[in-house]
Write a protein that binds this ligand. Structure first.
Ligand SMILES: *[C@@H]1O[C@H](CO)[C@@H](O)[C@H](O)[C@H]1NC(C)=O
Length: 214
């Protein structure tokens, strides 16, 4: 690589020397035209660039570097990636990006969320970090947790969006209905598994007994 850069700068020097020879011929004719303004390059062989031009840049005028392809900046100190590094990646040298964690690919264009995104979640970059964006009914770092907007009561757990898995003795969308295996009679109400609440005039496990009034 170093050999290549050097030989390409030699080619540049050759080209500029040729251009200068041409320009010298032109400029000798009309000496009152302003120098170094309209010409594309004014290449001063005695030019001094301090600090020196880096990355095979050529010092064309005092303190002016002509950078080789892929570099820019006053002393050609900055690598310039084309295409540009995406998602906050830094250009290390032409064509080589350093990517933030969670990002890959030649230009940091590939985003990878550790462990993946489940249930249709999408891995995107937020503030330089890969992150799962979940569909509305899922949550968690990997979108692994379902959301039950109704809530799951009485020890139930949300197993899929809107779906509660209920412990034994409970039913209903939010596990809010108790189950009495033997029905509650005479207008009694099942208030917890196998427990009836009876109307005032009845008693018994199933409210089957009419209370004796006096
Ligand atoms: C460039 O800098 C050198 C040394 O600093 C100086 O001698 C020379 O005159 C300068 N050339 C121009 C064109 O200003």
């Amino acid at each position: 690589m170093a050999g290549f850069s050097q030989s390409s700068s030699l080619i540049w020097i050759y080209r500029f020397t040729s251009i200068m020879a041409l320009l010298a011929g032109v400029c000798l004719g009309g000496s009152d035209s302003p120098r170094g303004v309209s010409l594309p390059f004014v290449f001063d062989l005695k030019a001094v660039c301090d600090p020196p031009c880096r990355h095979a840049g050529i010092c064309i005028r005092n303190s002016t570097c002509l950078c080789s392809r892929g570099y820019e900046g006053e002393t050609c100190q900055y690598a310039n990636c084309d295409p540009k590094c995406k998602n906050g990646g830094a250009c290390l040298r032409p064509g080589k990006c350093r990517c933030p964690s969670g990002l890959g690919g030649k230009y940091c264009e590939k985003v990878a969320c550790d462990g993946g995104c489940w249930n249709g979640g999408e891995c995107i970059v937020v503030n330089g970090h890969a992150k799962c964006i979940c569909p509305s009914s899922w949550t968690g770092s990997k979108c692994q947790e379902a959301i039950c907007p109704q809530g799951c009561q009485n020890g139930g757990s949300c197993v899929a969006p809107g779906i509660c898995s209920c412990p034994e003795g409970w039913l209903g969308g939010a596990c809010h209905n108790a189950v009495c295996k033997k029905p509650c009679l005479n207008g009694g109400k099942c208030v917890s598994p196998d427990k009836c609440r009876c109307r005032t005039t009845f008693s018994g496990l199933q409210c089957e007994d009419r209370k004796k009034l006096f």
